[in-house]
Design a protein around this ligand. Structure first.
Ligand SMILES: *Cc1c(COP(=O)(O)O)cnc(C)c1O
Length: 492
């Protein structure tokens, strides 16, 4: 039996507590709140919540007082520790294994940055504290702004947005502001390549802009000839990422920037995946005017569970006059995420930050070359930090038996202790498996992953049913992912 077979949620037993204190030697009158004996201390928490205590009664307006006792679980400390530890082990995280999720940069985040971010002198700051008492925090924000400007070639950043998509919307609003301020009112279109991350067209739509798709060529790069006829006085700008979502460097970015600027538009850079460029290439130098970064991907904040994140937006000379002042939100954005990023950048320094990209690139190409005999490789050129396979070469389909799909491969990986790559994205390929190993994995881990992927390919060729039923060893099998997200069952 595995721990998760006996993982239950209703652990409460009346009267059970997580502490035991000696009986109180003070008289009833001397104890705060008139709690009389240890037998009654069990009820203290409940009394507090019920508003029974005099100090509560005095300080809280009557209509806010709880009318009945709050039903908290009555459990021992060990019940609580085991419950949460077991729950944490049902999930897969970067701290438990290799997590090659493309377009997500699930790299290992050094724990020292967690420690710095949770230091009481930072974590205990109140957002409404007077300015002169938070000079250190201000220095962190200004230092991070300068460091990010140096890394990206932008002039300044705003730390208002709390996610990548939030940054995109902010950046597009700045783009709109730039055009409107010049009385250039007809620019309602945004050009987005067909390989773009889904948030790009979504953010443009939320911003009220019309999306125009530009096709990629057979080499996976934006087709400049297809772009030219789309440009005109109605174009607000183009959104791109480089290297693009296929992990390929848009070599014609210089020409694209010239064409877009010539027609009066701006260039927006999706910098969610800045990892491969750190210290090597700057979006500002490529001609981009506005960009966002995902501090929770590249700069040492763990992510994947839904937050907190930080998607600061940087601008170049053209857009600088429209950047929000002040550049931090009322509560200075997600300050803990900013702290981790600053600590991470300072710790790597100018020399070492340059090594992240080449190492991530080397790892991606190593996996790609090692597995291309088992998995279809639609674009064979040297990739950057990530690349895309298009399913198995031999999926085992025969005699009416369905072959193994990308979903099957992804689920089977869990049985072998690896998280799946990104699947069915980008949409350019039907069986996309998008792999991003990052720079933090050792050669041994990469080799293990390669061996497992080969094993899975061999299993598929022999009997795809092994894969169809996977995962066999995980706490749960295959939930219906749509209804699991829409109607989650949070209690056993
Ligand atoms: C992750 C990602 C985003 C969105 O970031 P969120 O913080 O999830 O909103 C945008 N673009 C690319 C390329 C990404 O990888």
């Amino acid at each position: 039996m595995k721990y998760y077979d006996k993982l239950i949620f209703e652990l409460s037993h009346p009267g059970r507590t997580g502490y035991s204190l000696p009986s109180c030697s003070l008289s009833a009158a001397e104890t705060p709140g008139n709690v009389q004996s240890s037998a009654e201390t069990d009820n203290t928490a409940a009394r507090l919540f019920s508003g029974e205590q005099s100090f509560v009664r005095e300080s809280v307006p009557n209509h806010l007082l709880r009318e009945s006792i709050l039903e908290l679980p009555e459990v021992s400390e060990v019940d609580v520790v085991r419950h949460y530890t077991n729950l944490s082990q049902m999930n897969f995280g970067v701290d438990t294994g290799f997590y090659p999720l493309g377009s997500c940069t699930m790299k290992y985040n050094p724990k020292i940055n967690e420690e710095i971010a949770s230091h009481p002198l930072f974590a205990g700051l109140h957002p409404l504290q007077p300015d002169e008492t938070v000079k250190g925090a201000r220095e962190v924000i200004e230092g991070l702004d300068a460091a990010l400007a140096a890394i990206t070639g932008m002039k300044h950043f705003t730390f208002l947005p709390c996610a990548g998509a939030h940054g995109e919307l902010t950046g597009l609003m700045l783009m709109r502001e730039y055009h409107l301020a010049r009385n250039d009112n007809a620019r309602t279109k945004v050009i987005v390549p067909d390989s773009a991350h889904g948030t790009n067209p979504a953010s443009a739509a939320v911003c009220g802009l019309q999306i125009v798709e530009v096709k990629s060529g057979a080499d996976g790069l934006v087709d400049v000839e297809a772009l030219k006829p789309l440009l005109g006085p109605d174009v607000a700008g183009i959104m791109m990422t480089n290297p693009n979502t296929l992990g390929l460097f848009e070599r014609q970015i210089g020409e694209i920037a010239e064409l877009v600027h010539e027609c009066g538009g701006l260039l927006y850079y999706d910098g969610a995946n800045m990892n491969p460029l750190l210290g090597k290439v700057r979006p500002g130098d490529m001609g981009f005017d506005i960009m966002h970064l995902n501090l929770h991907k590249t700069f040492s904040t763990p992510h994947g569970g839904g937050g907190p994140g930080s998607g600061p937006v940087g601008v170049g000379e053209r857009v600088l006059p429209y950047l929000n002042i002040p550049r931090t939100s009322g509560f200075h954005g997600n300050f803990g995420v900013m702290l981790r990023a600053y600590a991470y950048i300072l710790m790597l320094g100018k020399q070492h930050i340059k090594m992240a990209g080449p190492l991530a690139t080397l790892s991606a190409n190593y996996i790609k070359e090692s597995l291309k005999d088992c998995f279809k490789l639609p674009i064979a050129s040297v990739c950057k930090h990530e690349f895309v396979f298009d399913g198995l070469i031999n999926d085992g389909a025969r005699d009416g038996k369905a072959g193994a799909t990308t979903l099957d491969v992804a689920k089977r990986l869990l049985d072998y202790g690896f998280h799946a790559p990104t699947i069915y994205f980008p949409l350019l390929f039907h069986q996309a498996l998008m792999i991003e190993p990052t720079e933090t994995e050792s050669l041994e881990t990469l080799d293990e992953f390669i061996a497992v992927m080969k094993k899975i390919a061999a299993e598929a060729a022999e009997d795809p049913d092994i894969l169809h039923g996977a995962p066999h060893n995980a706490p749960i099998g295959r939930p219906d992912e749509t209804s699991a997200a829409r109607n989650p069952i949070l209690k056993a």
